[in-house]
Design a protein around this ligand. Sequence first.
Ligand SMILES: Nc1ncnc2c1ncn2[C@@H]1O[C@H](COP(=O)(O)OP(=O)(O)O)[C@@H](O)[C@H]1O
Ligand SMILES: Cc1ncc(Cc2csc(CCOP(=O)(O)OP(=O)(O)O)c2C)c(N)n1
Ligand SMILES: [Mg+2]
Length: 565
Amino acid sequence: MANESMKTGADLLIDALQKNGLNNIYGVVGIPVTDFARLAQLRGMKFFGFRREDAAVDAAAAAGYLTQKPGVALTVSAPGFLNGLTALAQATKNCFPLIMISGSSERHIIDLDQGDYEGLDQYNVAKPFCKAAYRVDRAQDMGLAVARAVRTALSGRPGGVYLDLPANTIGQQIEVTDDSDAGIYEVVDPAPKQAPSDEAINRAVEVIKGAKKPLIILGKGAAYAQSEKLVQKLVADTDIPFLPMSMAKGLISDEDKHSAAAARSLSLSGADVVILIGARLNWMLSHGAAPTFNPNAKFVQLEIEATEFDSNQKIDAPLQGDLNSILAKLVPALEKAGYQTPQAWLDEISAKTAENAAKFAKRIEAGETNAKFGYYGTLEPIKEYFLKNPDTYLVSEGANTLDIGRNMIDMKLPRHRLDTGTWGVMGVGLGYAIATAIETGKPVVALEGDSAFGFDGMEMETICRYHLPITVVVVNNGGIYNGTDREVADQPGPTMLDATARYEYMAKAFGGDSYFVSSYQEMKAAFEQAVASKRPNIINVQIDPSMGKESGHIGNLNPKLDLKK
Ligand SMILES: Nc1ncnc2c1ncn2[C@@H]1O[C@H](COP(=O)(O)OP(=O)(O)O)[C@@H](O)[C@H]1O
Ligand SMILES: Cc1ncc(Cc2csc(CCOP(=O)(O)OP(=O)(O)O)c2C)c(N)n1
Ligand SMILES: [Mg+2]
């Protein structure tokens, strides 16, 4: 019988994670963390084993975004750590709270470069790619290490934390009598409320009161902060129109009359006061510059990270703090000021919305009958399904698949859409879908371009092994952007992939269901059945390879070369 008062580093790590309400681990095991994962399961935690570390770490990041508690990922050392590092960097860029724990080597072997099994100075390699890196060399420090990791991941701007876990520390035994003796404790208030001063609030009210054409831009920070109630009140009180960035869709229903999404260009270029709520003025918003924005626009920014203000444009009214604390002061202050958006601006936006919606409706209608089956015919049944079943989650990646899907599929509930995020990363889809299904228990649709699906398609085995209610829709246009790119006759073009690939068989191979469709009618018949089955499945949608344009709606970022030389 093991000596009851002796505990290993592994025991203490599990105690500390559970003490802080962290019970799911997403990872890939191997030396030196295999038994740690087994012990975690024996102690009541859930370990979800993936096929590759980047998908596992993506899953943990999505769990953090959805739950406001850090997702926990586990990898082996060196190659496993490096495979997870991209996803750790992405989580930090997306401001998702995540703790990535990797098995590691002893310092004296690394520092003398003596050549350890999978030896690498992971602690220092990780630092540029995360919010902070910590290394725990003594079992007795485990409680503090986890507390630091939890607080760092959640406080201020959320992000990724790396926890370096040498093999010796995992196995080290220490004498403990109880949690306090072992330094295990629950972090107190890891994400403290931070409210702006009355002066800052009054300054913002004055700027907004001067607005003839105000516009609210909602970012994924507003979704993560779970600020929907106050955001909805702000819009209802003032009638200020709003533009949701992709992952902020659903904070206010896309069907709400204040949505300016269908008049995006006009609302951005016309607005004279732009109110940024948990959104950065980065490349996704053309850095706040003309001609996308009105060169004379004033900016009000609600943001927790002080260094974000003035990153791209002068911020006339910075409101620093956590969004709910800021809005709790701003909303009543605007109500007291009695600010109302001028009707002329609302009329201008609704006229443009009606005009664009009519054009869009024509494209959708044509998609149902187009001889060349394409995106609109594929996405219309999905759009209809989400309108009727808003409590379904959507994950999406690709270029045209992502862009057209974002404009077509309305969201009514917050945090129900996850996608490629700030970096526009391919290969996050299945990891995000897995964590979303696990953390919410709801059905998930992963809407994938055929190239994007290829980045982590093997996680279909993970999806089937855990019997997750995930419908993977692979939109096959035969390529990255499309399948007709052919610069020279004797080889497929750089963007070409197999336009006839039968991706759906991967589901059947692992016990899931396979669907193949190549028309609007077939897609309409298959989609609802596949999602309602709550079984893992792939719908392979073969569309015409000519469909899709290079890099979707951001083709302008690609330097164009003269290929005729
Ligand atoms: N709880 C919070 N309170 C205030 N700001 C937050 C909070 N959580 C995240 N943020 C901020 O929200 C912003 C999200 O911006 P971004 O990722 O660019 O959104 P999007 O891509 O949707 O425009 C980040 O600058 C981040 O610091
Ligand atoms: C990790 C990484 N590597 C490459 C790229 C570059 C890219 C951006 S979009 C894309 C795939 C687009 O093709 P897909 O078939 O998915 O969609 P569609 O337009 O509908 O045909 C790639 C490879 C990115 N963003 N991230
Ligand atoms: Mg494609």
